[in-house]
Design a protein around this ligand. Structure first.
Ligand SMILES: [Zn+2]
Length: 1022
């Protein structure tokens, strides 16, 4: 499975990783694997499916089923015979399932244990995690999470006509125990028949129906694995894929409602219509790890054949472009992976579009791709390729070769993610760009770098002090983001380092051995290591301990480089030092000044231990170990060195890659339209500092010139010249804002912002604003735009007024202090539990601030002020139709400042009393309370613009009531005022699933003053 990650983006990592983690890429067209032309693609719609008694064309019949059966019999795989009646019209599934199991030994048993995922009822804690998970996928939790669960209803269990006792484990409600009438000894078989039904929830996800698509994943009782100690039923975790079971032999009869087309992991051997127009599919599958069904009447079907394997893509008509791309990628992957690992394990392959939320999901013989992936702009086709390549790779690793997805998700995800990267880079070049933008890279448009896409997660995690293990269970990992950081991202690079040490040919030789040994069995990490040791003839214990069973790090650094002339040649000696725990062997590259002769411009020398390097050695260079942590590389060349670089191809995980170059290599890019996106780390070259500059706008909407010097996860320094017309006045300011991430400690930030107003038409003098802060982040957001969920700030500042923008209010009357000169320090606390952030249904928001002003350097004023705001939002209870879609929000806010003759607070504004302008009323104290009712105005619109770079998904409205009072000299400024108003909120998904923006228009009318104000902004006021 691939998901993206969201934590990432706030520090700007994440465009696509947000979803899934299976991504795609780039540009160099070097050494593309040459593949035979795929067979012609044919298209048919579901409506033209074969009907009544017409069998599929002979080429779709499984080759040699008897041979496959013999192999399955040799492996003693469990056999599942299922009669499935899937009524998609009413959302019910009736099933009779007969399971034959042969005890593989060595212990006997008197029970069978099945996993039954749909019997799960999520608890409160699980639901809370699930809500944040789907929020990071930009999905509405209400449409995605089945809070009720318990969709499985067992009718009977029998064996040989005899009723059997069964019960669900009270501690694990997905574990079904069936008591047998007698002991099953090693080598003996038992057969049981279960009758059950499922009622399908109206949800996206593994089990459910959404927009005419029915998903049945991990949906029927499947035998737990059987080990030396008997049954080994792993716990159910509602995220990722905690599966551990044997491959099985499936014989299925599936009855479908009229008009439905289904994709399943098996192979359809016969198809007919019954008298009522229902389709009857007879399906077989050998060595399937699961049996997934996706059904809909909306599919169009695209077909081809690769390497003798029939391939079908089932997708909605509106996604024909990406569907054809998927078909082509599937054909390439099946050819290539068969070559790399061994033959594709099943009779056919299907890829089906569906609604389940995360980006891609693998099942045996079948890959599901989320609708939002096929809905990304055409220019993001390489991302689709990355994702599809990853999921198809799971046909070998996860499906044919089974894994313990609960205890060791690394075994298949690490392999799939690494092999995907390797495939993408062989095809498109090292660290290519993911988006196929108009004008290519010539126009300087921000693009996503492939390595940043797949690897920035671990860099982010590690920069925040994360040191978890890659070989960890889902419970150890705790949530989907850690899984992404440690298992996919770091885990993939660990597999890459195995390839690096072995060399390409031996690595793929090893994978072929692994596949042939473990096909239709279960591969554990220990088996992986043992076979690797047998294959390579050396111990890998230290490597596995270092990289997988600990959080140890590697950090190579160039200590120094000396060049001396030897005759007409140059001797360059580079010393590299290991500052981390692991001395993973690396190459060191010497780049030469361009010369006129034909000699190479780059010379690479390696440490011992990299067997793939042997044929690349250069005669006049060598490496030697000086002491425990230091290595010396010596090069003799006819030209002077230009650069020395550790690990030029980026094989090894390095804690601080910035010290891997002798001379700082800074990439400079001119952006024709600078936006906050240009500062995202995913836009920067992976592990390299960069400078970007150009005309455009900043994240406060000010236009001007801006540039940034960026080292991802380390710092960003951005000088700017910004023009704004805010508050009806023009202002041109010169300044710099900068952030140092994880400084001085992980999860802290140091920020400095300074600006000098150079042109302004307001009454007071042009002046300065500066703020220095230290922030402790308590909880990160997954949004790319919103502030972090929870943080605490300590700050100091100087400035010409209290407020972040120019103070355009008239000079204060005599006796009133409007604080045009500030020196102050203060503290801020922010906590936000509202979910989902783009249109919260529940949660609270709390902000508090204290500030103390003082006199220093001959200026400033003494004052104190404190203010806070607390708001809650709550959706109406379920079960009341339209009203259950609506929400009530309320808040209280107050502030008090002393001296009481000071203008400490603005009463009006978009985030305060919405009936007055910001600078209309300023005083030393205020109180405010609000009540707001929020309701949908439209259903789902899905109006896409510019090939779905953005879309309008829905519009909602609100009516609100604000009431409050402002004070000066502790006296009311005209008494209590009330505002009534309303708002419109436009739900705007960006790039399909990358971000959800809410654009707000509100109008508030002051009842006391009989004046109104329009507000425009992002997200809700509170
Ligand atoms: Zn995966």
């Amino acid at each position: 499975m691939l998901l993206g990650d969201g934590f990432i983006f706030r520090q700007m990592v994440c465009l696509f990783a947000v979803a899934a983690i299976e991504q795609g890429v780039v540009c160099a067209q070097s050494e593309a694997i040459s593949l035979p032309e795929p067979a012609p693609i044919t298209l048919r719609s579901a409506a033209s499916s074969p009907v009544a008694g017409v069998r599929d064309s002979p080429r779709l019949l499984p080759p040699e089923p008897s041979a496959r059966l013999r192999e399955a019999a040799r492996l003693q795989l469990p056999q599942y015979r299922m009669n499935i009646d899937l009524d998609t019209d009413v959302g019910l599934v009736h099933v009779e399932e007969t399971v034959r199991w042969k005890n593989p030994g060595p212990v006997s048993t008197r029970s069978l244990v099945f996993h039954v995922v749909p019997n799960n009822k999520p608890d409160e804690q699980t639901l809370a995690i699930a809500e944040r998970t789907v929020e990071s996928l930009r999905l509405d939790p209400r449409k995605t999470i089945d809070k009720d669960g318990q969709r499985f209803h067992l009718e009977s269990v029998e064996s040989g006509g005899q009723h059997l006792q069964s019960h669900f484990d009270p501690e694990a409600d997905t574990h079904l125990h069936i008591q047998l009438s007698q002991e099953v000894l090693p080598g003996q078989s038992v057969e049981v028949t279960l009758k059950f039904n499922l009622d399908l929830p109206p949800n996206q996800g593994r089990l459910g129906q959404h927009k005419g698509v029915t998903n049945l994943l991990n949906w029927y009782p499947i035998l737990a694995a059987y080990s030396d100690q008997g049954w080994d039923a792993v716990p159910y975790i509602p995220w990722h894929q905690p599966w551990l079971n044997e491959a099985g032999i499936y014989t299925v009869r599936l009855r479908l409602s009229p008009g439905q087309e289904a994709a399943t992991g098996g192979h359809v051997v016969a198809r007919s219509l019954d008298a009522t127009g229902h389709s009857i599919l007879d399906i077989e599958g050998y060595g399937l790890r699961d049996f997934t069904i996706v059904a809909s009447d909306r599919f169009e079907v695209y077909e081809t054949v690769s390497n003798g394997t029939p391939i079908r893509v089932l997708a909605f008509p509106e996604h024909q472009g990406h569907a054809r791309l998927c078909l082509q990628i599937a054909a390439e992957c099946i050819e290539q992976y068969s070559d790399w690992f061994g033959p594709y394990p099943y009779q056919e392959f299907e890829l089906v579009e569906s609604y389940f939320g995360w980006n891609g999901n693998e099942s045996s013989g079948l890959v599901m791709i989320d609708e939002r992936i096929l809905d990304v702009p055409q220019l993001a086709g390489r991302y689709v390729e990355h994702l599809v390549s990853h999921e198809i790779c799971h046909q070998w690793w996860y499906s044919a070769v089974g894994t313990d997805g609960y205890r060791e998700p690394w075994v298949d995800e690490g392999l799939a993610q690494w092999l995907t990267r390797f495939r993408m880079e062989e095809k498109y070049g090292q660290d290519a760009e993911v988006l196929d933008l108009p004008g290519g890279s010539n126009w300087g448009l921000p693009n996503i770098h492939y390595r940043s896409l797949v690897h920035s997660g671990y860099a982010l995690y590690s920069s925040r002090g994360g040191d978890g293990k890659t070989l960890a269970s889902l419970d150890d990992l705790g949530h989907i983001h850690n899984l992404f950081f440690l298992v996919y991202d770091k885990g993939a690079r660990v597999v890459g380092m195995i390839q690096h040490r072995l060399g390409r040919e031996r690595f793929f030789g090893f994978l072929r051995l692994l596949y042939s040994e473990y096909k239709f069995r279960i591969l554990r990490a220990d088996d992986f290591q043992r076979l690797l040791e047998a294959y390579s003839g050396e111990s890998w214990e230290q490597f596995f301990d270092d990289w997988l069973r600990s959080g140890r790090t590697c950090d190579w650094k160039i200590a120094n480089v000396d060049t001396v002339q030897e005759g007409d040649k140059f001797r360059t000696i580079a010393r590299v030092v290991q500052q981390g725990d692991i001395s993973e062997p690396v190459e060191v590259a010497l780049h030469l000044a361009p010369g006129s002769n034909s000699a190479a411009d780059t010379i690479v020398e390696a440490m011992p231990g990299i067997s793939g390097f042997a044929d690349r050695q250069w005669n006049d260079s060598n490496s030697r170990q000086i002491d425990e942590t230091t290595w010396e590389f010596s090069f003799l060349t006819d030209r002077p060195p230009k650069q020395v670089e550790i690990d030029p191809e980026g094989w090894v995980i390095d804690q601080s890659p910035s010290n891997n170059d002798w001379k700082r290599d800074i990439k400079v890019r001119y952006s024709p339209l600078y936006t906050p996106l240009d500062e995202a780390s995913m836009i920067q070259l992976f592990e390299k500092p960069s400078i970007v500059f150009g005309p455009g706008f900043d994240n406060e909407g000010r236009i001007g010139l801006r540039g940034s010097f960026i080292a991802s996860n380390v710092f960003r320094v951005s000088p700017f010249l910004a023009y704004t017309t805010e508050t009806n006045n023009e202002n041109l300011a010169l300044g710099v804002d900068s952030v140092f991430y994880n400084a001085p400690w992980p999860n802290w930030q140091l920020g400095l912002r300074y600006e000098h107003s150079i042109l302004t038409n307001i009454a007071n003098d042009p002046g300065d604003q500066a703020k220095l802060y230290a922030r402790k982040i308590l909880a990160y957001t997954t949004s790319l735009i919103r502030p972090d969920l929870s943080y605490f700030d300590l700050y100091a500042r100087i400035g010409d007024n209290f407020f972040p923008d120019a103070d355009t209010s008239p000079m204060a009357p005599p006796g009133v202090d409007d604080y045009r000169n500030i020196r102050a320090f203060g503290a801020t606390f922010h906590a936000d539990t509202r979910i989902p952030y783009w249109n919260p249904r529940s949660g609270f928001l709390f902000d508090a601030n204290y500030e103390h002003g003082f006199v220093a350097f001959g200026d400033g004023q003494t004052y104190d002020r404190v203010d806070g705001q607390f708001s809650v939002v709550q959706g109406l209870p379920e079960g009341h139709g339209y009203f259950s879609e609506t929400r009530v929000a309320a808040r209280v806010a107050a502030g008090y400042g002393w001296s009481d003759n000071g203008e400490h607070f603005r009463f009006g504004g978009p985030g305060r009393f919405r009936g007055r302008h910001s600078d209309e009323t300023e005083g030393n104290a205020f109180w405010l309370t609000s009540l707001e009712y929020r309701f949908p105005l439209t259903g789902e619109l899905d109006l896409e613009v510019v090939d779905n770079l953005a879309a309008l998904r829905s519009i909602s409205g609100s009516i609100f009531y604000d009431v409050g009072e402002s004070f000066l000299f502790d006296k009311s400024q005209g008494g209590v005022d009330q505002a009534i108003g309303g708002g419109l909120y436009f739900d705007l998904p960006l790039l399909s699933f990358v971000e959800n923006l809410t654009f707000r228009i509100e109008y508030g009318r002051s009842l006391k003053r009989d004046t109104g104000v329009f507000w425009f902004g992002l997200y809700h006021a509170f």
